[in-house]
Design a protein around this ligand. Structure first.
Ligand code: SAM
Ligand code: DTB
Ligand code: SF4
Length: 332
């Protein structure tokens, strides 16, 4: 049975919880590393093939010039990062990139826009066209466009949007030191609109922004409190971009990514856990350890939205050496 079949949830015995306390999450997170990885791997293998990895391709369809103040983000207009504001790409350009991504083995194509929120009008209509086009290519279509109203979420669903990415980014407590131009509750409201429209939810966060370990655990607790859990949980390691307020943060050891991923896997056993931004700062061995700890999805291609990512050839060599197989896309 395909795990995306709703019946899977009915027949599989694993306990799915939404009421983890911060202390419980912290206890999991702080388990001796190899025990933690063992436990996460056991949970992972109950729901997933050990060597399958989802290959997602990411494209910035509208880059830069964003009015928000997210302290990590090179696309915020108020920071001087060298990222120029560009208009929305044409549908043809986006679909050409999607076709190339499909040929390279992607099963999901994610489109990102540096918007605070979606505004109804021609630009949103064009994004809906992009979603339809991506689905026609047989790819899963994911969007991340900022805040959404319930009506906009329904329109995305109608166009065939598979997933919507909207990150909580960090704990409720740490959030205010990273973003002031929108609230945590607004983020949760967008996630609710996405869920209610029947689009799968992709939500995660970033480590390395100066947050405490409790903040990381509280982010995971908050994600796992969602009922149902997000179908995808991206775990990003901060990409420190010159010009952003977080550019001088000390680097985070890759083992902290391993702990974060393993804890996410244990709390949300059926989610796709994505080893997202920050792979360029990690060794191949550390990336494989993240996969052992339950990460089963990556962005591939030379670029994330505006920053670098390991090249296609080196990723393919890594996956091949490890005997990893690309996941086949869901159909609906
Ligand atoms: N503007 C939309 C929004 O904020 O929801 C969509 C695009 S935004 C760039 C998507 C996510 O990328 C952010 O929520 C954040 O988690 C992640 N991100 C942005 N800049 C990052 C960085 N420098 N390092 C790691 N993750 C980053
Ligand atoms: C997510 O959690 N990570 C991706 C995706 N969702 C949209 C974005 C990472 C962006 C890293 C910084 C950049 O390339 O601009
Ligand atoms: Fe804008 Fe999104 Fe970047 Fe925040 S994360 S500044 S909303 S593009």
């Amino acid at each position: 049975m395909d795990r995306r079949d709703p019946l899977w949830y009915a027949v599989a015995p694993m306990e799915i919880r939404h009421d983890w306390s911060l202390a419980e999450v912290r206890a999991i997170h702080d388990t001796p590393l190899l025990e933690l990885v063992d436990r996460a791997r056991a949970v992972h293998r109950e729901s997933f093939a050990a060597s399958e990895v989802q290959l997602c391709s990411l494209l910035s369809v509208k880059t830069g010039g964003c009015p928000e103040d997210c302290a990590y983000c090179p696309q915020a207009a108020r920071y001087h990062t060298g990222v120029e504001a560009e208009p929305l790409l044409s549908t043809e350009t986006v679909l050409a990139a999607a076709r190339k991504a499909r040929e390279a083995g992607a099963t999901r194509f994610c489109m990102g826009a540096a918007w605070r929120e979606v505004k109804d009008g021609t630009q949103f209509d064009r994004v809906l066209d992009m979603v339809r086009g991506v689905r026609n290519l047989g790819l899963e279509a994911c969007c991340t466009l900022g805040m959404l109203t319930p009506d906009q979420a329904r329109r995305l669903k109608q166009a065939g949007c598979t997933a919507y990415n909207h990150n909580l980014d960090t704990s409720r407590e740490a959030y205010g030191s990273i973003i002031t131009t929108r609230t945590y509750d607004e983020r949760l409201r967008t996630l609710r609109a996405v869920r209610e429209a029947g689009i799968t939810v992709c939500s995660g966060g970033i480590i390395g922004m100066g947050e405490s370990i409790d903040d990381r655990c509280d982010l995971l607790r908050e994600l796992a409190a969602q009922d149902p859990h997000p179908e995808s949980v991206p775990v990003n390691l901060l990409v420190r971009v010159a010009g952003t307020p977080l550019s001088e943060r000390p680097p985070v050891p890759a083992m902290e990514m391993v702990r974060m991923i393993a804890t996410a896997r244990i709390l949300m056993p059926r989610a796709m856990v994505r080893l997202s931004a920050g792979r360029l700062q990690m060794s191949e061995e550390a990336q494989l350890l993240c996969m052992m700890a339950g990460a089963n999805s990556i962005f591939f291609g030379d670029k994330l939205l505006t920053t670098g990512n390991p090249g296609y050839a080196s990723d393919m060599a890594l996956l091949e050496a490890a005997g990893m197989r690309p996941l086949v896309p869901a159909r609906d």
